[in-house]
Design a binder for this molecule. Structure first.
Ligand code: NDP
Length: 390
């Protein structure tokens, strides 16, 4: 039986992963499930999948988790140290689906055990791409992309030589505000930003889709994972979200990955790789679809894309700065403290502070440096917000 662990099991990607695993219960030995505040779901899934241990990231949720697991024989634990301990338990395949920079360390620990890490947590590659790739290489761990765009590129590259790749095109739905008048964006509300036209995802990534901070993270993730130059990576708005990515080769051919907007495809591909197995996703009917649309992303609507290009050029710890400032300003938008457009403006100011900070730009990419940079960038984001609030 394959030993599997799921980090972020209670979230959108985690639940889709559990959906696939629960369909074939005899095939998997579930080691660890981790979650955050949704301990009822965590405990229910741990019972259903007969996990060895369930871990909540938050100490104050431990009593509730213990109570929900009573009599099951499943161990319960809480806090960062417990998350890391669960990540160190031997597993063959691990889903990394914690949201945000918090997903980095458990993923690194799993890679150090030589596990195959299915990486939904794009922040890991954005904050610490070189560190994640080096850790996988040094310990015989394997990294498989789960973001639908990156899974699509990965699949388009099967059997291809990277030296023949001219360009990588990742698609974007355009998010909740793709058709809004530009002057209305300033007043966009949390509820409006939290509704995605095509995908059913967690709240944070849904808002990041409206601002295209999600696509910005994916640009950086593409550069890190596939080792392509920033000028080889393009973003195109494709409102139907049926083509997830395309790879262009030096003979002019484009390989497009087309499929329904259902994360279980990319998760299932990573779960069964290198095989393809039947997956419970709908099949496309092109006569029904009739047409596919594309348009260039407007700079004024999606400033996050320009900022991502700065980060790709800069490299090093700038990704950790970018992500931390983005997470902090997203927290503030969700809390109603800043407006929708303020998020990009704050991230830009934090990146400028980073540029001005001698020594930090070229610091080595160690886990400690990534953590410290993340911490500093969050403080800078708070400072910038305080100044802007007057
Ligand atoms: P969700 O918000 O739905 O779920 C996040 C998961 O992380 C939950 O299990 C949550 O627990 C847990 N969590 C929250 N905070 C912490 C913390 N501080 N420490 C440890 N665990 C925590 O996110 P998604 O599933 O949407 O996304 C997960 C990751 O996958 C993100 O990096 C996202 O960018 C990426 N991704 C998501 C896609 C999607 O379709 N949703 C597609 C491609 C990539 P709880 O809910 O119990 O509080």
């Amino acid at each position: 039986m394959r030993r599997v662990s799921i980090f972020g099991a209670t979230g959108s990607v985690g639940q889709n992963t559990i959906d696939l695993i629960a369909r074939d219960p005899g095939a998997y030995d579930v080691v660890a499930l981790t979650g955050g505040r949704n301990v009822a779901q965590l405990a229910a899934d741990a019972r259903r999948l007969k996990a060895d241990i369930a871990v909540t990231a938050f100490d104050d949720e431990l009593d509730a988790l213990r109570a929900a697991l009573e009599g099951s024989g499943i161990a319960a634990a809480a806090g960062q140290a417990a998350l890391c301990e669960a990540a160190a338990r031997p597993a063959d395949w691990v889903m990394s689906a914690i949201v945000g920079a918090a997903g980095l360390e458990p993923g690194l620990i799993a890679l150090r055990q030589g596990a195959t890490l299915a990486l939904a947590n794009k922040e890991s590659l954005v904050c610490a791409g070189a560190l994640v790739l080096e850790t996988a290489k040094a310990h015989g761990g394997r990294l498989l992309p789960v973001d639908s765009e990156h899974s699509a590129v990965f699949q388009a590259l099967v059997g291809e030589d990277m030296s023949a790749v001219e360009r990588v095109i990742i698609t974007a739905s355009g998010g909740a505000f793709r058709d809004w008048p530009l002057d209305a964006l300033k007043a966009a509300t949390l509820a409006e930003a939290s509704s995605h036209p095509n995908w059913d995802m967690g709240q944070r990534i849904t808002i990041d889709s409206a601002s295209m901070f999600n696509k910005a993270l994916e640009l950086i993730e593409t550069k890190e994972y596939f080792g392509v130059r920033p000028d080889q990576i393009e973003v195109i708005v494709h409102p139907e979200s049926l083509i997830h990515a395309m790879v262009g080769f030096n003979d002019g051919a484009l390989m497009a990955h087309v499929g329904p907007p259902d994360m279980r495809h990319a998760i299932g591909y990573a779960l069964h790789w290198p095989d393809r197995r039947a997956l419970p996703v709908s099949r496309l009917d092109f006569a029904q679809i009739a047409q596919l649309n594309f348009r260039a992303p407007e700079d004024a609507r999606y400033p996050a894309l320009r900022l991502a290009r700065l980060v790709m050029e800069r490299g090093g710890l700038s990704g950790a700065v970018f992500n931390a400032a983005k997470e902090r300003s997203l927290d503030a938008f969700i809390a109603g403290r800043i407006g929708f457009l303020d998020m990009a403006a704050i991230v830009e100011e934090v990146l400028a502070r980073f540029e001005a900070k001698a020594g930090l730009i070229d610091a080595a990419m160690t886990l400690d440096n990534v953590r410290n940079t993340d911490h500093l960038a969050r403080q800078w984001a708070d400072d910038v917000m305080a100044v802007r609030a007057g």
